[in-house]
Design a protein around this ligand. Sequence first.
Ligand SMILES: CC(C)(COP(=O)(O)OP(=O)(O)OC[C@H]1O[C@@H](n2cnc3c(N)ncnc32)[C@H](O)[C@@H]1OP(=O)(O)O)[C@@H](O)C(=O)NCCC(=O)NCCS
Length: 368
Amino acid sequence: MHIDIRSLALPERWDEQTPTGDSFRAAAAHAARVNDERFGIGVAALTLEERLAAWQSSEAELHVRRLAFDGAAIVGAASVWLPMLESLENGDHGVAVEASVPALARRAVIEALTDDAERIAAEHGRTTLMGGSPAAANGAVMAATGFGGVDPDEPEAAALLARGYALEQVYRFSLADVRALGAASPGLDERWADASARARDAGYDTIAWSGETPAEYRPAMRTLHEAMSTDAPIGGLALEPETWSDERLAEFERQKTAGGRTMRTVVARHIASGELAGFTSLFVGAEIGAPGGDVARQHDTLVRRDHRGHALGMLLKLANLVQLRDHHPMHPRVSTMNAEENRHMLAVNEATGFEAVAYEAVWQRKDA
Ligand SMILES: CC(C)(COP(=O)(O)OP(=O)(O)OC[C@H]1O[C@@H](n2cnc3c(N)ncnc32)[C@H](O)[C@@H]1OP(=O)(O)O)[C@@H](O)C(=O)NCCC(=O)NCCS
């Protein structure tokens, strides 16, 4: 096999009838096959329009997509993400090779794409490198956090181990189904009513909206996003606290919804002060029908430190699931990713029916 690695150029539109458009659609089909293998058929599916939006760079992050070819066939791909506003030493990469590629060839493609990604990160002056690989709840190599591990013989993990990366964290990818929650006893409505009553007694209510953050809540939402960058567990990863300007919030929301996805947000409000105590958000894609395509994506969930201990995390989660059920009947399932050591968040998720379907490792190597 002769491996040739090239950058993917993105077309203006997903359906553009040009060689650039054709390459993009072939790359998207490859990404979809890899995701089907890792997470289940259609579970992480994006429409081509959503995929095009997801691969764009933003002010906050430069994204380089690399493709490995054997002749005309795509045999692997990698993304290199370069933060542009903070964590400027970091270069994060992820390699994607179909499990169906024969073992020897698979290893060769992974090695070549990993070298290539490291070269790109170095060209941008990045000295702290991060990489990903499939993982598990346990493994012969455990994460530095003590939660989750990997099989060192798994080819993506092996490539990183051989290059001196340390396994910092393992993330659990899980799914919940609002139909099952509705059918359980107590059902979703009953639990939501109980959680709302308890929150009201503690001095909190919720506000929900769809689409961009309304003007009156934007300053508070910026603070909540900043808290997300410091409060969610990151193990030993060298990630700096983020600063969210109004422009950053606007660009984030624009990019996340650019491909036609709907963003739903629920906030918990401290009634007496009017302060926003926490938030959760969800992205719902276009209705693409079976197979898959029925899975919405949970994004951030956070309760500010001074408001914890009132089960507002559970309140927000239940509110979001009710929103999903009521407004998006074609999307009864939700996926989420949580650090395996994040017991507080996992406790809420497990209690709302989330079950693990995959694990992803985050590795790090500091060169300076
Ligand atoms: C997950 C989270 C929303 C839960 O907050 P919550 O709903 O207020 O939690 P609970 O009301 O269930 O808290 C139960 C107890 O655990 C404590 N607790 C909750 N989260 C805690 C945390 N991250 N660290 C330490 N203690 C925590 C509470 O103070 C409370 O203690 P108490 O019983 O002594 O009063 C919150 O921990 C959080 O915002 N974490 C940071 C953001 C994050 O990790 N998000 C998920 C990323 S995927």
